[in-house]
Write a protein that binds this ligand. Structure first.
Ligand SMILES: [Zn+2]
Length: 168
């Protein structure tokens, strides 16, 4: 019996198969792994999960694939977590619970406009704006949550669009 070897020359047919995948195959794999996650995950998480799923993607491939998917507007990078999530709606910012790691998307086009106005008043030309607020979500604030995974899934999978959470 052979010991498991990480070598590409080993007998693992899945790794040999991986070399023949097209960028479109990798896009679909990464999108599926992100869709299966109930929270933003890192590139290394994606690589680890791809191995568990039997379709190994090495981190360099994951980064290249993520860059492509971000360019296409399909994936969003949560900067303060160095993690990635599907971009399923207009993304103007997010609320990140530091207790259960649930992420709530903020959809408020006025938010960027107001921040741009603030910057312009200082003669500042904005290249990039990141609005990520860390804190404690309503569920964690109001419940003793024995199962944080469950809480995160519940919050993150709530598909009702969050209409202008930040009021005018
Ligand atoms: Zn929470």
């Amino acid at each position: 019996m052979h010991a498991g070897s990480p070598s590409l020359h080993g007998a693992n047919p899945k790794l040999r198969l991986a070399a023949r995948r097209t960028p479109e195959d990798l896009d679909a794999l990464v999108l599926n792994l992100l869709a299966a996650s109930n929270r933003p995950i890192s590139a290394y998480d994606i690589s680890d999960r791809s191995i568990v799923a039997g379709q190994s993607i090495v981190p360099n491939q994951v980064y290249r694939t993520l860059a492509r998917l971000i360019d296409q507007g399909l994936v969003h990078r949560v900067e303060s977590l160095s993690a990635y999530m599907l971009k399923q709606q207009s993304f103007d910012g997010c609320l990140i619970c530091d207790q259960c790691q649930a992420v709530q998307i903020l959809s408020d086009p006025d938010l960027f406009a107001r921040l741009q106005d603030c910057a312009h008043r200082f003669g500042f030309a904005v290249d990039r704006t990141v609005v990520e607020m860390h804190g404690c979500c309503r569920d964690c604030a109001t419940h003793d949550h024995p199962n944080r995974e469950h809480e995160a899934k519940r919050v993150f999978s709530d598909s009702t669009p969050p209409p202008n959470i930040i009021g005018v």
